[in-house]
Design a binder for this molecule. Structure first.
Ligand code: PLP
Length: 397
């Protein structure tokens, strides 16, 4: 008897029937390249079963490393030397491996605020103490980075600064180049290791925009960039990459975990290498950018039409998110209760701040446009507008 591979408990989250949940920042299942992946699986297992199903090279399979080395020029402006690339089991796993290498429980870690809430959860799991680096509309400020660095005990050997500089989760916006250079200068002076989570960098919706890893030569700080196939192929594959100093690649590629288990997600990495090397790859990426930018336009258009007098937000040039700010002194958690009553949801802003400054997120809400098709996005905003104009709700309209 063949067992079913679907059903409860199969995926991380399940859709709540009848609810438009604008919370999760997941890629759209309708955009997974499942047919192309099926072909890649078949080809890899036909042509190279011995290599694909073995323990993989510790630093990741050479075909994927080589492909990344040249393709990353489209994302970061110049090719990346293969000695600087480590294949990972996704950006989350990469962050964890960096923590295992550079931190000890109780260490301080600097973190852009607001930031990706589940990176905060990861740092908490490692028992790290998060020191927030405050942001203005252009991202974390160099002054705040200076101040935060002063809070790190002098005896601590390594200082990491976690940031999502391109199409930020949750801010939707990117750190401009001059601001990034200033942050690199502070990092270099203070010996801070910048960990930039670049999972949204390939999803830029304007043509010809690149996001250099090093802003300029004189601000040559230590920078590690984390990339992922979760947002541009499919998250269940658990394949990503890290661009970092060759010494870090060597250390992680030769630690006990790598020597025992080989490269992570090896078979999936071989399949991804075949997919990315196929003639359809550029078209796939173009399709993703077109679809997601249309969804962004739908969500932003609906927000402008229905909630423009109540909320404001920054322009979104890529990624998956709109970071709403209530114009009045309204609490996004209280507003969420009303929203849930009308079967629509989102993540309140306080989740994206370290606990010590969670109040700063009070007036914010993160809405994702990646997961739902256009009609659901319109319906979600219409429900929000309805929820927030109900008599008794503390809204000034
Ligand atoms: C900023 C950021 N980093 C990392 C991830 C997770 O990446 P991965 O699936 O590669 O672990 C996400 C997913 O939402 C994200 O938004």
């Amino acid at each position: 008897m063949t067992r079913s591979v679907t059903g409860p408990g199969t995926t991380q989250i399940a859709d709540r029937p009848g609810v438009v949940d604008l919370g999760p920042g997941h890629s759209s299942p309708s955009l997974y390249p499942s047919r192309e992946l099926a072909r890649a699986v078949e080809e890899v297992l036909r042509d190279a079963p011995g290599e694909a199903l073995a323990y993989g090279a510790n630093r990741g399979p050479a075909p994927l490393v080589e492909w990344l080395s040249s393709w990353l020029a489209n994302v970061h402006g110049s090719p990346v030397d293969p000695s600087r690339i480590l294949v990972t089991a996704g950006a989350s796993a990469a962050l964890d491996r960096l923590c295992s290498l550079f931190t000890r429980p109780g260490d301080a870690v600097l973190c852009e605020a607001p930031t990706y809430h589940l990176a905060l959860a990861q740092l908490a799991s490692r028992r790290l103490h998060v020191v927030p680096v405050a942001s203005d509309a252009r991202g974390p400020t160099p002054d705040a980075l200076e101040r935060a660095a002063r809070e790190v005990p002098a005896a601590q050997e390594h200082v990491l600064f976690y940031t999502v500089p391109v199409h930020s989760n949750p801010r939707g916006a990117s750190i401009p180049r001059d601001r990034w250079s200033s942050l690199c200068t502070v990092a270099k002076e203070r010996g801070i290791h910048m960990v930039r989570d670049d999972v949204y960098a390939p999803l830029t919706y304007a043509e010809g925009v690149v996001h250099p890893i090093r802003a300029d030569a004189d601000a040559d700080a230590t920078v590690t960039s984390l990339g992922s196939f979760s947002k541009i192929v499919a998250p269940g594959l658990r394949v990503g990459w890290m661009i970092t100093d060759p010494e870090v690649v060597d250390r992680l590629g030769n630690d006990g975990l790598a020597r025992s288990g080989g490269g992570p997600s090896h078979t999936a990495a071989m399949i991804v290498a075949r997919l990315c090397g196929s003639s359809g790859w550029d078209g796939h990426l173009r399709r993703l950018r077109r679809e997601y930018s249309e969804r962004r336009d739908v969500l932003v258009g609906a927000l402008e039409a229905e909630l423009g007098d109540l909320c404001e937000w920054q322009p979104v040039e890529g990624g998956f998110f709109v970071w709403l700010r209530f114009r009045h002194d309204l609490d996004a958690k209280t507003m969420l209760r009303e929203a849930e009553r009308h079967r629509v949801s989102y993540i309140p802003g306080s989740e994206f701040f370290p606990a010590s400054v969670a109040g700063e997120g009070r007036r914010y809400a993160r809405l994702s446009f990646s997961y739902h098709p256009a009609d659901k996005l319109r319906e979600g905003v219409s429900r929000l507008a309805h929820a927030w104009s109900t008599p008794g709700v503390p809204v000034y309209r």
